[in-house]
Design a protein around this ligand. Structure first.
Ligand SMILES: *[C@@H]1O[C@H](CO)[C@@H](O)[C@H](O)[C@H]1NC(C)=O
Ligand SMILES: *[C@@H]1O[C@H](CO)[C@@H](O)[C@H](O)[C@H]1NC(C)=O
Ligand SMILES: *[C@@H]1O[C@H](CO)[C@@H](O)[C@H](O)[C@H]1NC(C)=O
Ligand SMILES: *[C@@H]1O[C@H](CO)[C@@H](O)[C@H](O)[C@H]1NC(C)=O
Length: 254
């Protein structure tokens, strides 16, 4: 009898702790007011039950709740350690945001596969899809030490990831590291997902950038000093005409 009560109490506690996860869409970090206050029959049709993020904005650490930032930093640290352990710089992981578990991890394997499309995000998504067979990764986050290129960003959108968290941005890779890049910031592609709408309910991913960038920025090789590297480019960053400079102006930061 006592055991029964104990088990019941335990079950209630577990339900209390994990109960929130069933409302969780797409973020376990959705503020209470976002998800719970609209419980009353969703009369406000203009406010869907999931948090709204500006898909064209790269959210920075200081814009996040402290617990969420700590979570992302911990996961980025994992990706950094993975990169180091595999003698790589571009590492990517996929995290089940409901359980907080890292479910897949991978690194750029262009050198190994002799396939230019094998960026870290591509290999981790291919790996994870082959294991779990999901066609919709809502409720999952993808981490990458370097901002996603248009190929990877697009693939992430086809997979409907909820959040994309990166360390070093494309501007740094191209302008400061002389690394070849397609000069489109991931947020520019991210804001073009409306064609993926399904019953009008496409939820764009939230992009969070610059997480642990003080570490990731120092991991990348500075190709400016490696004139013979095939991935080295002479960056043209002085003008204001290229796409990411334009986008930077649009947000008129600082
Ligand atoms: C994600 O986590 C939830 C909650 O623990 C679990 O029910 C689900 O099976 C997990 N999915 C994957 C693909 O890990
Ligand atoms: C893909 O996943 C498999 C199985 O977990 C792993 O052995 C392999 O290293 C992964 N591929 C890459 C490129 O990391
Ligand atoms: C890119 O990262 C650098 C260094 O981390 C930062 O100073 C810069 O503002 C970032 N650029 C953009 C466009 O976010
Ligand atoms: C550098 O970029 C500017 C636009 O920002 C462009 O007008 C110019 O032609 C580019 N120069 C080179 C050498 O590519």
């Amino acid at each position: 009898m006592k055991l029964h009560l104990l088990l019941l109490a335990l079950a209630c506690l577990i339900a209390l702790v994990y109960g929130g996860t069933k409302n969780y869409y797409p973020s376990r970090f959705a503020s209470e007011s976002d998800s719970d206050s609209s419980d009353s029959s969703g009369s406000d049709s203009e406010n869907p039950p999931w948090p709204q993020f500006d898909p064209s904005h790269v959210y920075k650490g200081w814009e996040l709740p402290a617990d969420e930032l700590a979570f992302h930093e911990g996961k980025m640290k994992e990706a950094i350690e993975l990169a180091i352990s595999r003698n790589a710089v571009f590492a990517s992981t996929i995290v089940n945001a409901t359980s907080g578990e890292t479910v897949c991890q991978s690194v750029n394997s262009i050198g190994k596969t002799k396939d230019m499309t094998m960026h870290g995000e591509m290999t981790v998504m291919q790996n994870c899809s082959s294991i779990y067979g999901l066609l919709d990764w809502t409720g999952f986050y993808i981490y990458t030490t370097g901002e996603s290129c248009p190929m990877c960003q697009s693939a992430i959108m086809w997979n409907s990831f909820s959040k994309i968290i990166f360390g070093t941005n494309v501007t740094t890779l191209y302008c400061n590291m002389c690394l070849t890049q397609i000069l489109v910031e991931s947020a520019a592609i991210n804001s073009m997902g409306y064609g993926l709408a399904d019953w009008g309910e496409y939820v764009p991913a939230q992009i969070i950038g610059g997480i642990m960038s003080s570490v990731t920025d120092s991991m990348f090789i500075n190709y400016c000093n490696e004139p013979n590297s095939p991935v080295r480019v002479t960056p043209n960053c002085s003008g204001s005409g290229n796409s990411h400079n334009k986008q930077r102006k649009r947000k008129s930061h600082k």
